[in-house]
Design a protein around this ligand. Structure first.
Ligand code: BEZ
Length: 246
């Protein structure tokens, strides 16, 4: 979608769109996005500025959870409109100097994109001028192994993200794909799931008559149990025994 406000063309990708492609310089070398991540999930997220407190708390938290996301076949890619040397200096400061909530010596190993032209940030709708015209908001894009945007969350500058929620969203999307179900409010692995996925009626009459293994609250609202171990096996395969999933 493209929208024109005064002199700015603002592009807003939508759920279901192919993630816009770009090449960029990062703290881990050059990337060709999203092609380099084909076959994996990837979370592309932006932050307003290096050397700022909320962003520092977020990077330390996300870096500490990187292995957990990797186990779920998901890579992390950060972005801000700062330059590469600022990124490098900030990440080094985090590693060498910052101890926060029990996290210390935190090494950010995932790529952090430099976007001084703001080209990527504008393409992804991360510059939201009524919030700030020179900094990216805290955007999060969940992109699937085929390069399709599956979920997006935007937060304002003042609000640090909840990274357990980002993990929950990732696992919920993967579970919906693997089992052809939808996930209800506040779902976590082990909770009942919704069948069939929202938007289709399926065999409502059969279900209301109890012909399938489901609990129906009304003809349009049926759930079934989905064991956490089944989800772990489907999502993590052989590694599943070692995975701790909340
Ligand atoms: C922060 O990360 O602390 C921050 C960055 C930009 C504006 C406001 C807060």
């Amino acid at each position: 979608m493209e929208e024109t406000t005064q002199n700015n063309v603002i592009s807003m990708p939508r759920i279901g769109d192919k993630a816009p492609s770009f090449k960029a310089v990062t703290t881990q070398g050059n990337i060709n996005f999203p092609q380099d991540y084909s076959g994996r999930w990837v979370i592309l997220f932006s932050h307003p500025a290096d050397f700022t407190p909320v962003c520092t708390s977020e990077f330390m938290t996300f870096a500490s959870l990187e292995d957990k996301f990797a186990e779920a076949n998901c890579k992390l890619v950060g972005l801000s409109v700062d330059g590469l040397y600022s990124h490098i200096a900030w990440l080094r400061t985090i590693k060498d100097k910052i101890e926060y909530k029990g996290m210390k010596n935190v090494e950010v190993k995932f790529p952090l994109i430099e976007d001084i032209t703001m080209n990527v940030a504008k393409t992804y709708g991360m510059i939201q001028p009524n919030e700030d015209s020179t900094k990216a908001v805290r955007a999060v894009f969940f992109i699937d192994p085929k390069g399709v945007i599956r979920a997006m969350i935007y937060y304002p500058l003042s609000l640090g993200r909840n990274f357990e929620e980002l993990y929950r969203v990732l696992v919920a999307l993967q579970t919906a794909d693997a089992f052809n179900v939808a996930t209800p409010a506040d779902w976590n692995p082990g909770d009942d799931v919704i069948v069939p996925p929202a938007g289709s009626c399926g065999t409502a009459k059969d279900r209301m008559e109890g012909k399938e293994d489901m609990k129906c609250y009304d003809w349009f609202f049926c759930t079934k149990e989905l064991d956490k171990e089944k989800i772990k096996k489907a999502l993590f395969g052989k590694k599943s025994e070692k995975i701790i999933m909340n």
